[in-house]
Design a protein around this ligand. Structure first.
Ligand code: UGA
Length: 428
């Protein structure tokens, strides 16, 4: 099939690479010429496991072409997938300006019968807006559907090839059959729903997961006051099959490019249709204030940060990505500095980006360099490069004794036996 993906952000590049891998003829289109030049040479502008190889393979097989040219990319497309960004607008709702611009640009070049699928995260009702824009510039028949994306950064290629579900938001039988055929090599349960349900489900899924993380973080706060241990509490709760024991490890709150934005957008969307936004606003507030509150707790436990050298480990928002959007380090490092600490920070993949966001002198080249002679170690992200280290490694090269495990990834008893003072989340 001829597939065109508009927008070469995270979702766009992965989607284009995967459909090219399954032998479709894919155009990946963006208005950013520099980005398209790099991608055409197989250079992916962010770190994501397996993605460079996938893009390289698509280009080498002649199945994946990067372009800025709407005419070439649209005129023969059977399916167009729009995966441009939908950042939050000033009022908190999803800003549809890139989506509208893509719709206006593709419309004059459409062939008859093309399927235009919105992959970007957008509120229900968006299809009507996009339909009106496209109809202004074409008299051709086209089908507008929703194909929400559920991939996670760090495992995006695997998630796209083997998702839990493939959601098709469409009503026309022929369109549904064609999209089912396109997704045939991809595993996962097929769920056919209306476009509105597909779009609502995407926001609701992200907000639900964000809520789950926030919930357990709130319970962790209680554990810190009453002698309970959050890891034991989740073990008990998770044994209830209605609850399950996945996806709620406690920590510094949720970050990344999706959850914080999507919870805010859902709150604003809710208000815009005259519904209460209380739950979503509260989630956002609890998540936003979590790091400053935890930093006060840590400060008390280590007897103040003033004059101490702190090794901050992990600068991306989670492991296996160099994405620093809404990463905990963006809040943690300024707080440490403001409290008078000397920070030495390290990340296995995000150092280059971090050097743009912070004074480059703060970012060091290796784990050893960060940890050596530090008074306090703070692990913000569970990179395997950190979590596979034994307590003796830290004990031998640190000057001080405080080990803050902000993701509850290390064995408390082993760390205490080696003479370190272990500080975790949700345990006193
Ligand atoms: C998230 C969703 O998981 C995807 O399904 C969705 O497609 C994507 O957003 C999107 O809308 O594009 P992602 O942001 O890549 O994916 O990352 P997650 O692995 O879900 O983690 C989000 C945040 O929650 C991270 O800060 C992570 O550290 C935190 N988290 C996650 C926890 O604090 N505890 C957990 O148990 C899991």
């Amino acid at each position: 099939m001829n597939v065109t993906v508009i927008g070469t952000g995270f979702v766009g590049v992965v989607t284009a690479g995967v459909f090219a891998h399954f032998d479709n003829d894919v155009f990946a289109l963006d208005v950013l010429a520099d980005k398209i030049n790099s991608l055409s040479k197989g250079e992916v502008p962010f770190y994501e496991p397996k993605l460079s190889e996938l893009v390289g393979e698509g280009i080498a097989k002649g199945k994946l072409t990067f372009t800025t040219d709407y005419t070439t990319a649209i005129k023969d497309a059977d399916v167009i997938m729009i995966s441009v960004g939908t950042p939050s607008a000033a009022d908190g709702t999803a800003d549809l300006k890139y989506l509208k611009s893509a719709a206006a640009s593709l419309a004059p070049h459409l062939k008859d019968g093309t399927i235009v699928a919105i992959k970007s995260t957008v509120p229900p009702g968006t299809n009507q807006i996009v339909r009106e824009i496209i109809e202004k510039s074409t008299s051709k028949n086209f089908h507008l559907v929703s194909l929400p994306e559920f991939l996670k950064e760090g495992s995006a290629v695997d998630d796209t090839m083997h998702p839990d579900r493939v959601v098709i938001g469409a009503t026309d039988k022929k369109v549904i059959d064609l999209l089912l055929a396109l997704h045939e090599p991809i595993s996962g349960t097929r769920i056919i729903v209306s476009p509105e349900s597909a779009q609502m489900a995407k926001y609701a899924s992200n907000a639900y997961l964000a809520q789950r993380i926030t919930f357990i973080n709130q319970v962790a706060n209680l554990c810190e006051k009453n002698g309970a241990n959050i890891d034991e509490v989740t073990k008990v709760m998770g044994a209830d099959s209605r609850i399950g024991s996945h996806y709620w490890y406690p920590g510094l709150g949720y970050g990344g490019s999706c959850f914080p934005k999507d919870v805010k957008e859902l709150a604003a969307y809710s208000l815009s249709i005259n519904e209460g936004d209380g739950l979503f606003v509260k989630l956002d507030e609890l998540n936003d204030t979590r790091i400053p509150k935890l930093m006060n707790k840590f400060e008390e436990k280590v007897g103040g940060f003033e004059g101490k050298t702190v090794a901050v480990l992990g600068l991306s928002f989670k492991p296996n990505t160099d994405d620093m959007r809404e990463a905990p380090a963006l809040k943690v490092i300024p707080i440490l500095q403001q409290k008078g600490a000397e920070v030495r920070a390290f990340d296995p993949k995000a150092n280059a980006i971090a050097r743009i966001m912070f004074d480059p002198a703060v970012i060091v080249d290796s784990l050893d360099e960060a940890v050596r002679n530090s008074d306090i170690v703070m692990v913000l992200v569970e990179w395997p490069e950190f979590t596979t280290k034994q307590p003796e490694y830290f004990k031998h090269i640190m000057s001080g004794n405080y080990f803050i495990d902000a993701r509850n990834q290390f064995n408390r008893r082993e760390f205490e036996n080696s003479g370190l003072t272990y500080i975790g989340i949700g345990q006193s």
